[in-house]
Design a protein around this ligand. Structure first.
Ligand code: WT7
Length: 595
């Protein structure tokens, strides 16, 4: 029996799932009592438990791959299932050998501390090997989402002057379209799993085969001494204005990723098989699809393919997945697929379910509980925070619809416009103290923008929220124009820029339109250049144009053609007004509107 009693008030009209009796749970949670741990915890406890630093300092690859005790080295680190259902298994010892080889190959190419190495691959084992090999040579790694179009790749590679791109024969063509804009790339390494790719002789940049590099590489590598602040991983994230910006993390981040993998994912490495459905192109896929779970020595399942209810349930059944970290949009799509597929598989291995990326609606929690016998635990965090910050825990009462309570070690607050802390029940800016070891170190090349996110010791998350009397946080929305579609942030400016690059488009304004399944969809309002006429065919052409340039998730699913767009007198398109009109809401202050 838990010793602390929650005093959950019934002030909200959402279902609550009262605190489980931890003694009666089949697997006792790592966190027995939230209140006790919150009072006593600081991040250094996890640092000590991880036995960090090691002899070579704080290298992430040493912590997550090489430095486990012998018995863990023989455990499967990665169980990989291809799109067509083929399986490959890699123990920690296997990953140590493969990452050593690639680290040697990268060193031979002259890649050194601080250089930028990018991967642009489907979810194949080589992504995981490349990331940790690059970390071994102290390069800064940028994993790119395979759905990115040429522009999205160009923006990222050229912004941080990447030296190496590791890609596949299928995806290489997208890089080639923008190659001339990326002269910093010295090497393109091609991962050819089919073994059919033919190298052409003279190329610039140098194109090399991954398999050739690995065949001649030594399997022993001395990981150099690594400082805790050594940059590790860069993920680009969207803001209201400008191009996506690169949030830079450091090797030391693993302390808070490991802590949260233990206390929130509740990973118990001796027995768990853990599945994170996120792609390594997003922060969830590196913080919780690589670093956190492997720092603890947990076996992970990785599925190369995309969403499909039957396949997903079959994977859970066949690999006896115990802990499952996914996203609200996926859960809503599973709901849509209904009960029949759930019943067709044995999902009894599942013991702990979690979600991230967008608000998790109470219906999804109720449905999950009914189908799987477990509640989905919502977690809130951001690319910038690097680790989960506000969460629901296995041993704590879940109020459906709430993001939960600050993780031990995290101080959160709700502030008004003047920076004053607000009381329970009042909505304001969600802020946190930037104390977690995984907090981002800078936006690549944008120090001023980075600095602007902090005030009076608080980091402004860009979200609005409120806290209830029990200290639970409730998400309200973004404080800016950033769109959240199926858990992916999309900056309206990026989409507008891609739209106006189309010859027919004169001007464009982009908003997030509420959507039952994806939370929001990208909706574009455009005006056309003289000589073009609105038609379904033209709108489809524009949709495809943006989709091919940016990414499959970022194109406007809806396009509406207007005579002209509402603008301020200084010529700025008023997205707020477009949104208000779309949703039939009051138009608010229109004093700056150009008439
Ligand atoms: C933004 C961060 C960190 C993992 C993936 C997204 C929204 C994230 C939740 C949640 C409501 C959420 C916020 C946040 N968000 N989790 N549990 N409930 N909203 O990382 O791309 O940096 O996006 O996603 O708006 O600020 P990201």
């Amino acid at each position: 029996m838990s010793t602390v009693n929650d005093s959950v008030s019934a002030t909200h009209a959402t279902p609550t799932f009262t605190k489980p009796d931890v003694v009666s749970m089949a697997v006792a949670p790592t966190m027995a009592s939230y209140e006790t741990l919150y009072k006593t915890y600081d991040w250094s406890q996890t640092e000590k438990a991880l036995n960090w630093p090691r002899k070579n300092g704080y290298n992430l690859a040493t912590l997550c791959i090489d430095g486990h005790p012998d018995e863990v080295m023989q455990r499967d680190a990665l169980i990989w299932v291809s799109k067509d259902g083929k399986e490959e298994r890699y123990t920690f010892a296997d990953l140590k050998r493969e990452t050593n080889k690639l680290a040697n190959a990268l060193t031979r190419l002259g890649i050194k501390q601080g250089d930028r190495v990018f991967t642009f691959l489907e979810r194949v084992p080589e992504v995981y090997i490349s990331v940790f090999a690059a970390l071994k040579v102290q390069a800064l790694v940028g994993p790119l989402f395979a759905a990115f179009g040429p522009e999205a790749i160009r923006d990222r590679l050229s912004d941080c002057q990447a030296k190496v791109l590791i890609t596949s024969p299928e995806l290489k063509g997208r890089f080639e379209q923008i190659m001339r804009d990326c002269p910093s790339i010295e090497y393109v390494i091609v991962v050819d799993r089919e073994g059919t790719y033919k190298l052409t002789v003279e190329t610039d940049p140098d194109v090399l085969l991954y398999s050739d590099l690995m065949a001649s590489a030594d399997a022993a590598f001395d990981v150099p001494h690594t400082d805790k602040n050594q940059p590790s991983i860069i993920h680009y994230t969207s803001g209201t204005t400008g191009k996506p910006k690169g949030a830079v993390h450091r090797h030391y981040s693993a302390v808070s990723q490991a802590a949260t993998a233990k206390y929130v994912l509740d990973l118990q490495p001796e027995t768990d098989v853990y599945w994170c459905t996120a792609d390594p192109g997003w922060v969830t896929g590196t913080s919780y699809g690589m670093i956190g779970p492997w720092a603890l020595g947990t076996t992970q399942l990785v599925y190369e393919g995309g969403f499909n209810p039957e396949t997903w349930y079959k994977l859970i059944q066949d690999y006896k997945v115990t802990v499952w970290y996914t996203a609200p949009t996926a859960i809503r799509m599973l709901m849509k697929a209904g009960e029949a597929p759930v019943r067709a598989y044995d999902l009894s291995s599942l013991r702990h379910l979690l979600s991230v990326g967008e608000p998790l609606n109470p219906e999804a929690i109720v449905w999950g509980e009914a189908q799987f016998g477990h509640v989905f635990h919502d977690t809130w965090w951001q690319t910038e925070t690097g680790c989960m910050h506000i969460c629901n825990y296995a041993s704590m009462t879940v109020k459906a619809g709430s993001m939960g309570r600050p993780h031990p070690g995290v101080v959160a607050g709700i502030l008004d416009e003047d920076g004053n802390e607000l009381e329970a029940g009042q909505e304001g800016h969600l802020v946190v103290r930037p104390d977690a070891p995984s907090f981002f170190q800078t936006y690549w090349g944008r120090q001023e923008l980075y600095d602007s996110r902090f005030k009076n010791g608080w980091y402004y998350t860009g979200d609005r929220a409120w806290r209830d009397e029990d200290g639970y946080y409730w998400f309200v929305g973004r404080a800016d124009d950033v769109i959240n579609t199926a858990g992916h942030l999309v900056g309206p400016f990026e989409v507008e820029s891609a739209l106006v690059a189309h010859p027919a488009v004169a001007e464009a304004g982009v908003i997030g339109k509420p959507d039952a399944e994806r939370m929001e969809i990208v909706k574009a309002f455009i005006s056309l250049k003289a000589g073009y006429e609105d038609s379904e065919k033209l709108r489809e052409e524009i949709r495809l144009f943006v989709r091919n340039r940016l990414a499959a998730h970022a194109y406007p699913r809806e396009i509406e053609v207007l005579e002209g767009l509402p603008k301020t007198r200084s010529g700025k398109i008023m997205r707020r007004l477009l949104k208000a009109r779309e949703l039939g809401l009051p138009e608010g202050d229109v004093s700056t509107l150009e008439t």
